[in-house]
Write a protein that binds this ligand. Structure first.
Ligand SMILES: *[C@@H]1O[C@H](CO)[C@@H](O)[C@H](O)[C@H]1NC(C)=O
Ligand SMILES: *[C@@H]1O[C@H](CO)[C@@H](O)[C@H](O)[C@H]1NC(C)=O
Length: 361
């Protein structure tokens, strides 16, 4: 009897052993999934999400000193006898330095700078009117500026407004502000965020040529934190419209055509660490701030200089190949060529946007 039971228990031993291991591992596994769930789901995005339909890329021709007539014809368009009026519509949050660069670049070509700012964030927290408070910095454009304030609703304590609803209400308010600014049929309208800056020669081309598609996306070079960290060419949300009564202010996919290499998109390109913190909690993806220590200045500073992600996220990619290519920090670039002219002319003032300038105050 005894040897048999001995044999039995030794045969039962392995399952019990594995059961104990499993019992120990399960909480660890649950903890890892709980704390990294989003990262895990981003890693498997190629399995659960489809890429947006591909764009049709319009080749973009430009070199200094080539005549406008020739440039228009290279694009299959024809030169106009006078330029279109240009309206630049942005919904402003707190990107004061980007606004400065943007308006300095576009000033010679733009008829009206239409800027809407809300007194709450997209998440329903009261917010200072950063533009209104710094208006004197933009005196160079006075006379062209049409400023509107969107009265936001403050979320009740403990709750949060749906950022995407508030964002869409603000885009609606923008339509009214554009009409108040005097936009009319045939004018050119730029719809983009403050930090999506079309290059001056792009705006000039589109304003001087007939035959430009009525809705055209702009492909912008993507940068993170400064022009020292070029990410890719994938920024596509900015558009230009030949305005008509049906035009609605939007910031989403609106057409299949995209004009290649048409400017710059510099995300989180802030001078002060407190501006990073503000943007991280205020913008539409505030839900990505999962832990309080995400906002520690020393942490943010370290991530900026390393070209690493503020939210500890993986890139949004639709194939494993792209995802793996983009994982890890953004490599530094030492090039400050083909950047906004005002930035280069005032390199000292905008040191934080240039190679070697990652330290913030
Ligand atoms: C380029 O522009 C400069 C000044 O605007 C002019 O003197 C020069 O002839 C131009 N060069 C060409 C090749 O057109
Ligand atoms: C925002 O502006 C509106 C209209 O001026 C005002 O009624 C509201 O109290 C303001 N909200 C905050 C948070 O300042």
């Amino acid at each position: 009897m005894a040897p048999r039971s001995h044999r039995l228990s030794s045969r039962r031993a392995p399952p019990r052993f594995f059961f104990v291991i499993l019992l120990l591992l399960l909480p660890v596994l649950i903890f890892v999934i709980f704390t990294n769930g989003r990262k895990i789901s981003y890693f498997f995005r190629p399995l659960w999400d489809n890429p947006p339909p591909p764009f049709q890329h319009l080749p973009h021709y430009y070199a200094e000193n080539v005549s406008m007539g020739h440039l228009c014809r290279l694009h299959g368009w024809s030169p106009r006898s006078e330029p279109r009026r240009v309206f630049d519509g942005i919904i402003f949050s707190n990107e004061l330095d980007m606004l400065d660069l943007r308006w300095r670049e576009l000033h010679p070509f733009v008829t009206k700078f239409v800027i809407l700012e809300a007194n709450t964030t997209f998440t329903g927290k009261p917010k200072p009117l950063f533009y209104a408070a710094n208006r004197n910095r933009f005196a160079f454009a006075e006379g062209k500026i049409v400023h509107g304030v969107f009265p936001g609703r403050v979320a009740s304590r403990g709750s949060r407004e749906d950022p995407f609803i508030l964002e869409s209400q603000q885009r609606g308010a923008m339509n009214g502000l554009l009409r108040r600014a005097g936009i009319s049929n045939g004018d050119m309208l730029i719809m983009s965020d403050t930090d999506e800056i079309p290059s001056p020669h792009t705006v000039k081309l589109l304003q001087w040529c007939d035959g430009v598609p009525p809705v055209l996306h702009l492909e912008l070079r993507n940068y993170m934190y400064s022009f020292e960290f070029p990410v890719d060419y994938s920024s596509w949300r900015a558009t230009i419209h030949i305005y008509d009564h049906w035009t609605q202010y939007r910031h989403s996919r609106q057409a299949d055509l995209i004009l290649s290499d048409a400017g710059w998109h510099c995300s989180f390109c802030f001078r002060h660490l407190r501006e990073f913190v503000f943007k991280m909690t205020a913008y539409s993806h505030a839900d990505r701030v999962r832990r309080k220590d995400f906002m520690r200045h020393s942490r943010i500073q370290k991530l900026i200089c390393g070209g690493e992600d503020l939210f500890d996220m993986l890139p949004e990619e639709y194939s494993f190949r792209e995802l793996i290519k983009k994982m890890g920090p953004i490599p530094h670039s030492a090039s400050a060529v083909h950047l906004p002219a005002y930035l280069i002319e005032n390199a000292e003032k905008f040191k934080f946007l240039l190679p070697g300038g990652c330290l913030r105050s």
